[in-house]
Design a protein around this ligand. Structure first.
Ligand code: SF4
Length: 492
């Protein structure tokens, strides 16, 4: 194997798993392209990085087009003792690019890593530790290390103010701790990537920590009803796996599971759903007609798009509402989907206020999300606040009976999400929808609203958004109907 370089991103891969590291270095074509959500995180990071540069007015952008050019230019530019953006540090077989390298005192430097997240994570400390080694091996004296991350208390007011958008946190002490033993780790990773043979690695919690590893083939052969689908399985799932039990049906009698996991196991073995009719009936009796089935789609960006908005605040751009006057009566559909780059909230609020009657339950799935959106709307538009608070008071969370396992079907595979519950309870699926989840809905809306897309694509995407959000509320109508059929008896 050629003497491959260990870059910062590969070092982080290596901390997660040697197999992941080897494949990333030697067979990168096996690593799938980032999905739309991951790409969006990268794009946000790029935008945030550009804003952070404004904190260092006399900084110099080191061209990053070619690797060797970047390294050579960095070497020259270091002499100017000015902040450098994207400086490249190569020493032997280790290489790192730094977001910001800032000169301090007469001969020292500070490392500043920019992140679009709102807090410091362990992985950031490892990231900066590696950068520090690269700098020091190049003879730089590193005084301090900082993480420049998003201040989630910032509220936009006019042009984005980078001084307020960012929090610069001193992580020098934490980086010193994380750096212990780093040279040994680097040496062993260099050995791994030089090996002609890909190392073996077993699946474990590291597969999703700190990020989901994209190499799904390690999980091939995992049965559909595996212990990893146990409800809140966590460490228990890996304990079973390490003991040689991978199928839920194979969990020995007497092995201590939670009550919900016990139900799950029994359902897998019998192939039958579990039903606590009394608990379910009680839930259904708590519903008051007319039922309003409500769902929001939102966007939440690191850099707030509108005045009065915080980083990552959920801004609703779409709702779907099915209103059912009585059991067995066809539900009427109302919806709103913002059009254009302006703040979507005023138009959405007006329409929602018209559509929601003043009586009856408002049924949502996973209440904390809708509640948070409504509360933020009331705060941003105070004239609506009494109304939004009244709406919050009428919310009923349809996830509750599924989280309590009043009903559980093996097809749910340990999940209480609507995406799992709807097919299990009604046979209806999300198959065939172009937009399949809330994250994708959000990204597609951002793309047609602020991106450069044709009218044709814009119209098509709007139809896809309407279909997706509409199915969420129509699905809830069907789930309630199916639950009523299951418990029998008088109509709740
Ligand atoms: S899926 Fe897990 S075991 Fe496989 S390469 Fe990724 S981290 Fe390693």
């Amino acid at each position: 194997m050629p003497n491959r370089l260990l870059s910062k991103s590969k070092y982080l891969n290596g901390l997660q798993c040697p197999r992941y590291l080897w494949i990333a270095c030697n067979e990168p074509e096996r690593i799938p392209q980032p999905d739309a959500a991951t790409q969006h995180i990268f794009d946000q990071g790029h935008l945030v990085g550009e804003l952070a540069k404004k904190l260092f007015a006399d900084g110099i952008d080191v061209p990053a087009d070619s690797f060797m050019n970047n390294v050579a230019l960095t070497r020259d530019l270091l002499q100017q003792r000015r902040p450098l953006f994207e400086a490249g540090m190569l020493f032997g077989r280790i290489y790192s690019r730094l977001d910001i390298l800032n000169p301090v005192n007469s001969d020292e430097w500070d490392i500043i890593e920019v992140k679009s997240a709102a807090s410091v994570k362990d992985i950031n400390l490892h990231d900066v530790s590696f950068q520090k080694v690269c700098c020091e091996q190049n003879g730089l004296r590193v005084r301090k290390c900082f993480l420049c991350h998003i201040n989630n208390q910032y509220v936009r007011n006019g042009e984005v103010n980078p001084q307020e958008l960012f929090t610069i946190q001193d992580i020098t002490g934490e980086v010193a701790i994380t750096s212990e033993g780093i040279q040994d780790r680097i040496d062993s990773m260099l050995e791994v990537i030089s090996s002609p043979v890909c190392p073996e690695a077993d699946i474990g919690p590291h597969c999703s920590n700190p990020y989901d590893c994209p190499l799904a083939d390690c999980w091939e052969g995992t049965p559909e009803q595996s212990v990893f689908t146990l409800y809140y399985g966590g460490g228990r799932a890996y304990e079973l796996y390490r003991a040689g039990v991978i199928d839920i049906a194979g969990i020995p009698d007497g092995y201590v599971l939670s009550g919900k996991q016990d139900i799950q196991r029994a359902c897998v073995i019998s192939g039958q759903p579990h039903l606590d009719a009394a608990a379910l009936r009680q839930f259904l009796y708590s519903l008051r007609y007319p039922l309003h089935f409500l769902d929001f789609e939102t966007i939440g960006t690191a850099v707030p798009l509108f005045d009065g908005v915080r980083p990552y605040q959920n801004i609703p751009f779409q709702f779907s509402l099915h209103v059912q006057g009585a059991p067995e009566v066809q539900a009427k559909h109302y919806w709103y989907l913002a059009d254009g780059p302006q703040d979507p909230r005023p138009g959405l609020l007006t329409r929602l206020h018209q559509a929601i009657g003043d009586k009856g339950s408002i049924v949502v799935y996973n209440q904390s999300f809708e509640q948070g959106v409504l509360r933020d709307l009331g705060l941003a538009f105070p004239s609506y606040r009494p109304w939004t608070e009244a709406v919050i008071g009428r919310l009923v969370d349809l996830i509750v009976p599924f989280r309590r396992f009043d009903y559980y079907h093996p097809l749910q595979r340990g999940s209480a999400s609507l995406k799992s519950v709807l097919p299990a309870v009604t046979g209806r699926t999300y198959d065939g929808l172009v937009i399949a989840d809330g994250t994708e809905a959000s990204l597609r809306y951002l793309s047609i609203t602020y991106g450069d897309v044709s009218d044709e694509e814009r119209l098509r995407t709007r139809e896809e958004l309407l279909a997706y959000c509409g199915l969420d509320t129509e699905g809830m109508v069907q789930v309630v109907r199916a639950l009523r059929t299951l418990v029998g008896g008088p109509s709740p």
